[in-house]
Design a protein around this ligand. Structure first.
Ligand code: AMP
Length: 372
């Protein structure tokens, strides 16, 4: 990344733990909005004039970079993303929910495909959302703790019904199909990961091959598409991420209230800020797994500050960027580190926005796509 000023950030004025700053902390620009004014639709002549305006070199490069990524995604399949050797942990739906938590933690994973051995078929993907559903069920039925202890993965559907949420995701893609399809499926369904399910040639039965995540796809692009270097427009210029109506909490907020926020707004993380809106940390949906391990639902009422203080030593940290950072440097960061989101901050560490991997995938796939 050419313009990285790693290490140039002034010492954090707050107890930020493990905050990783992959990109430069530069001057912040304006907060742009995607709202189309009515006049946009009322003045075709003006629109034509705008369309006819010659594109700058940066614009042209940006378009070429995006086109190269899309072309690449159309000729590669989901199989291509998989490493030569990998492990796949599939959980039987007869397993107790609390045991599944331990298995995920012991193996350092946050999701797993489910297998129904009674019907010998794929039974959906277990993700942090399912544990969040169990938490909500417990919150609504605190007297049912003993019963919750006996829940098996097969009961997750009943829990969903009881708390009135959408059923467990059973979506999957065939790994021989173009990667582009997996990406569009992810955007359509807002799934952050999709299981790859193929049909066994000999038995004709379903076979779970692996799970593909947004991070894996973006890293695959970052490693293989050199044209990502052409994406020189800044985060604020392309309006990448979310800037308005940001959901935040502070260190004193109860864990359960942060979980409610994530469910209400369908977001996978909540920045933790101080009274001056400076970013101290980020609570992530995956943190729920550690908090409820061993069936300790009492910790849901502890505050976020304490809960995040118990994170494992090897917690990779949170990633920040400024509004001036460019998409090429974000791809560079994705190539080097396992990034799940970037928190946009200004030079005072104040929260400006959030860029999630789905924002990047959406931009890469859809921005100006109708122009070819
Ligand atoms: P994610 O859940 O991270 O995949 O994000 C889904 C969408 O919500 C993306 O467009 C994000 O930019 C946005 N988003 C993520 N976190 C927040 C937050 N704390 N407040 C508001 N929007 C968010």
């Amino acid at each position: 990344m050419s313009d990285t000023a790693e290490g140039s950030r002034p010492p954090a004025p707050n107890p930020v733990k493990n905050i990783a700053t992959p990109t430069s902390i530069a001057r912040h620009g304006h907060e742009s909005s995607q709202i189309a004014q009515p006049s946009t639709f009322l003045s075709p002549a003006q629109n034509r004039a705008m369309q006819d305006k010659p594109l700058s070199t940066v614009d042209k490069d940006q378009q070429s970079g995006l086109k190269a990524i899309r072309d690449f995604l159309k000729i590669r399949t989901s199989y291509d993303v998989l490493p030569l050797s990998f492990r796949l942990i599939i959980l039987n739906t007869d397993l107790l929910v609390k045991k599944s938590l331990n298995i995920l933690l012991q193996n350092g994973i946050v999701s797993a495909p489910l297998w129904d051995s009674h019907t010998s078929s794929f039974a959906g993907l277990l993700t942090t959302s399912d544990y969040i559903n169990v938490v909500q069920y417990y919150w609504q039925n605190p007297d049912a703790l003993n019963q919750i202890d006996q829940f098996r993965l097969s009961s997750l559907r009943d829990i969903e019904k009881a708390i009135g949420v959408l059923p467990l995701e059973t979506l999957s893609v065939n790994p021989t199909r173009p990667l582009y399809e997996a990406c569009t499926q992810m955007l359509k369904t807002r799934a952050r990961r999709i299981p790859l399910v193929d049909i066994d040639d000999e038995t004709g039965r379903e076979m779970v091959v692996s799970v593909i995540t947004q991070y894996r796809i973006l890293k695959f692009i970052a490693v293989n598409v050199v044209e990502t270097e052409m994406l020189k427009k800044s985060v604020s210029e392309i309006n990448l991420g979310t800037y308005g109506n940001l959901q935040t909490a502070n260190v004193d907020t109860r864990v359960i209230d942060v979980i409610h926020l994530m469910v209400k707004y369908n977001i996978s993380s909540v920045p933790i800020v101080d009274e001056d809106n400076r970013v101290l940390n980020v609570f992530e949906a995956v943190d729920v797994i550690t908090i409820i391990k061993g069936g300790v639902y009492d910790d849901l009422t502890t505050n976020v500050g304490d809960a995040l203080g118990k994170r494992a030593e090897d917690f990779p940290g949170i990633y920040t960027c400024s509004e001036e950072d460019r998409l090429d440097s974000i791809f560079d960061t994705i190539r080097k580190s396992r990034v799940h989101r970037l928190v946009i901050i200004d030079e005072e560490n104040r929260l400006k926005g959030v860029i999630s991997l789905s924002d990047i995938l959406k931009y890469v796939l859809l921005h100006g796509a109708e122009d070819g």
